[in-house]
Design a binder for this molecule. Structure first.
Ligand code: HEC
Length: 424
């Protein structure tokens, strides 16, 4: 992973959802099936070869039935023609799993398509960079446009926003998909991939950016769910913490600069924790462990953010109790403890357990609220040493049993032989 001042942060500008109109299901048009059924990711109509062939005039090559089959189940064409792919120089087309009615609509759309008059020879992508913190257009912002052929990056185009925050890329080929990327105050913003829709030669989009802050005054922990799950063999306990944070400000929280990296959110984990996993639904690896702390390295945009932190603890190491720490005040905290013979209980004043079932498994649920940063203590009441360590000691025990058996056999056998011998 590239070591930039701040690690990459991805934002989807929700291009498709803002462009594609979603009509009531009863009157879905063939065009919207073509767009939302993802055909646009690989095909143009009249704009040249893309991942798949240009579909202009495709009705001259196939019957309506065959077009329905392409849209619904290309595999059946491959089987019938004993050829895969059918067109030289292309990969096979993956099944798109459209419904029969959607496949028919898209087939009719392809058959009836005529390019609108006056379409330019190439496409334009324009937009505005707006700074949400200052509520002003962002002037002088470098904007990078990356073109893709399938998954392969092809070219980079560069632009700078003007005094209105506006930028524009023109003379763009139809038969590519595009992604916009920019760095603002060390935070990277990336649009989703975009393509020119059939009959359109322009894409417009707004790019929101934010100023940054190292102060966490707008950061709060809205809720925390802890799941304590002893594994079936009883040798270890898995702890999963699901956090919902909110950044209620209008700046990106970047945290402290520590050397080349920043550390934004902080998480306590027991020193004995093993198999630590961390994910904030964007980037699973952007966290660093230092002893009993885990530091997230990702900038935190205004809005909500979910984080999942998991680890396991060996019962033989933690003994009769352990604590699960949290570093922020928390409004709602719930602890779910799977019921097993280990008798794991939350040992906290005012913690009252309620029995619940989750996916056919019995859990105890504890609810606590308005807590200061601290920890929840969890006790293991029935820790059986042998059970807890069965994995580790089983080979030793087996070896010992075999050794004893061997010795017994040796003596017993020897005596018997000697007695037999003496009888002779
Ligand atoms: C992941 C890329 C991809 C997507 C998505 C995709 N296709 Fe294709 N399509 C291809 C490729 C590649 C071929 C050529 C395959 C071959 O020749 O065997 C193809 C071939 C076709 C053909 C035959 C073209 C010809 O000239 O022979 C039709 C028709 C077609 N696709 C329709 C669709 C429709 C309708 C959708 C959306 C429901 C769609 N495709 C989605 C990649 C894609």
């Amino acid at each position: 992973m590239k070591k930039t001042a701040l690690h990459a942060f991805l934002i989807s500008f929700l291009f498709f959802s803002s462009v594609a109109v979603s009509p009531a299901p009863a009157q879905v048009s063939g065009e919207s099936v073509f767009i939302e059924g993802k055909c646009v990711r690989c095909h143009t109509i009249g704009k040249g070869r893309f991942v798949g062939p240009d579909l202009l005039g495709v009705g001259e090559r196939y019957s309506r039935d065959d077009l329905v089959r392409w849209a619904k189940d290309p595999e059946s064409l491959y089987v019938e023609r004993k050829k895969k792919p059918i067109n030289e120089g292309y990969p096979p087309m993956p099944p798109m799993n459209l419904s029969e009615s959607d496949a028919q609509r898209v087939a009719d759309y392809l058959l009836g398509y005529t390019p609108p008059p006056g379409l330019s020879e190439s496409g334009t992508i324009t937009g505005q960079v707006r700074n949400i913190t200052t509520q002003k257009p962002q002037e002088g912002q470098d904007v990078v446009l990356v073109s893709y052929m399938g998954d392969r990056k092809e070219e980079r185009h560069f632009a700078k926003s003007d005094s209105l925050g506006a930028f524009s890329f023109s003379s763009l080929r139809w038969d590519r998909s595009y992604e916009i990327m920019l760095f603002h105050r060390g935070v990277q913003y990336v649009s989703g991939k975009m393509v020119f829709l059939p009959g359109k030669d322009e894409i417009t989009l707004d790019l929101p950016v934010y100023d940054t802050t190292s102060s966490d005054e707008n950061i709060s922990l809205r809720s925390l769910n802890l799941i304590v799950y002893p594994d079936n063999r009883g040798g270890s306990v898995n702890v999963t913490s699901l956090y919902v944070f909110e950044n209620s400000g209008d700046t990106v929280f970047t945290g402290e600069q520590t050397g080349p990296d920043t550390t934004s959110l902080v998480f306590s984990i027991p020193e004995e924790a093993e198999d630590v996993t961390f994910s904030d639904s964007v980037n699973p690896e952007a966290a660093e462990r230092k002893g009993e702390k885990l530091y997230s390295k990702l900038p935190f945009l205004p809005g909500m953010k979910r984080v999942a932190l998991g680890y396991s603890l060996l019962l033989s190491q933690i003994g009769e109790k352990f604590s699960i720490g949290f570093d922020y005040e928390v409004g709602d905290l719930a602890v779910f403890v799977r019921k097993t013979e280990l008798g794991i209980r939350v040992k906290q004043p005012k913690a009252v357990a309620e029995d619940i079932m989750i996916h056919d498994e019995a859990f105890l649920k504890y609810v606590l609220s308005d807590l200061k940063p601290g920890s929840v203590t969890v006790g293991v009441s029935n820790i059986s040493f042998l059970k807890g360590n069965l994995d580790k000691y089983l080979p030793v025990i087996l070896f010992f049993l075999f050794a004893v058996a061997g010795v017994v056999y040796f003596f017993y056998g020897k005596n018997r032989f000697s007695s037999m011998n003496s009888e002779k």
